[in-house]
Structures are given as structure tokens and as C-alpha cells.
Design a protein around this ligand. Sequence first.
Ligand SMILES: Nc1nc2c(c(=O)[nH]1)N[C@H]1C(S)=C(S)[C@@H](COP(=O)(O)O)O[C@H]1N2
Ligand SMILES: [Mo]
Length: 240
Amino acid sequence: MSLPPNSANPLSRRNLLRLAGYSAGGMLLTGASLTLLENLAGRATEPLNQKLEELLFQSQTPVPEFPVSEIEPEKLIVNTYGFTPEIDLISFRLAVDGEVSNPLALDLATIQQMSRKSMVIRHVCVEGWAAIVQWAGVPLRDLIRLAQPKPGVRYAYFFSADGYYESWDLASCLHPQTVLAYEKNGAPLPIENGAPLRLASPIKLGYKLSKWITRVTLVSQLRSRRGYWEDQSYEWFAGL
Ligand SMILES: Nc1nc2c(c(=O)[nH]1)N[C@H]1C(S)=C(S)[C@@H](COP(=O)(O)O)O[C@H]1N2
Ligand SMILES: [Mo]
């Protein structure tokens, strides 16, 4: 699925949708959606409180967004546990793999040709600051559908070029406002904020929103390591 850097748009949205298993006319439920329904039916083995949190979340409508006039550019504080990685944009490929029927390795041009969601939302860091930010990128659900998760998939891992790692429940990944962003406040995403791709979502705390993502791995079971901060006792679900 990766393209040479200079080739022009051979993957039209129509082709992407065909790959994703949609019919020409309508949106059919794919494996991801069916698994979600199974989860909601209570087949899962996670502790009850976490399951409840997901169920509550499911009944929520989309989080209200802010007008562009309320963006607070100076309030988003760069927060990086270690170093800022250098990513070569020409050779960059986002991997979407794990328990999927159609593993992906997508270059940036392909990702930017997919559907684009722009939103103005609040970023909240547990260290006691928040900022209203505009992000634009590809909805994560579109990438997940394209990869065709196998029926047992319930979680996604996000691996980053600085060694940061995170895991999310599938329902939160499929939320329409969970985006892999390549723009911030109307400009290309700055390197220190996670370029070329970082998670943005109004439903998770800041430490869930991985920067410099290179790999999304879909799995049926959480591993012993669940996230950089979670493995140091921070809460795993971390919903807003
Ligand atoms: N790869 C990576 N992602 C990360 C972090 C990090 O250290 N490494 N820090 C997290 C934390 S705690 C927050 S609050 C946000 C901060 O995003 P920003 O630096 O763009 O403001 O990134 C999150 N994503
Ligand atoms: Mo944070």
C-alpha cells in the first residue's frame, strides 16, 4: 500500500473504500463494528468498572467542539518524557498490523488523501494544564476499518518513534473524534507536537495522545505493558 514519494494519487477514496470492504452504495458493518457489539454484549473479561466505563462512553453523543476563535495557541505546553525523534518523511510508513486481515504500511501522501476531520477540542494534561487546540487528520476508525480487524480484536497499541507506547480500548479508537492528526491550529503539525502523526481526541487525557506514531497494532488481549505512564501506575482508561 505504500507509494513512491512522487507518484500522484493512485489511491482514490473510492479504491480505499473498496479495499475497506464497503459496497459502492452504502456503509456496511465491518469486523470492527461487529466486535464492538460483541463487547457491549458482555463477552469481555476486563474488570467490571472498565467495561462500564466503555458502555457509558458508548451512549455518549460526540463531544461538543469549540469555535476556531477560542483556540489557545500559547497554552499547549510541549510535554515529552524523553527526546524528540527525527522522522524521515520520505521513508516514513505508518504500520497498521496485528490481528488484522489487511495489514497496512501507508505513506503520508496516502494518509492525507483519506478522509480528513478537523476539530477544535480541549487537550487536558494531568499535570494541571489544558489548552483548546485545532487538530486535523484522518479519523482512526477509517484506518482500522481499512486494516479489517479480526473478530477478537478489542484493543489497539500505539508505538512511537521516541519509545513511548500506549494502548486503548477499541471503542475509544472508533470514536468519530479520535484522529491521527497531521495539522495543528491550521498549520502542518510541528515536530515537537508529534509530526508526522499524533493522536488527538476529546475523550482521552493528554498522556493517551501519543505523538510520533509509527505503528498501530490491533490485538485481542492487553499485554503486561499497557502504556508508558500506565506502567508507572497512571490510570489505563483515562477518559475525559
Ligand atoms: N510519543 C510521546 N507522546 C506523548 C508524550 C510523550 O512523551 N511521548 N507525552 C504525552 C503527554 S503527557 C501529553 S500532555 C501530550 C502533550 O502533547 P504536546 O507536547 O503536543 O503538547 O503528549 C502526550 N504524548
Ligand atoms: Mo500530559
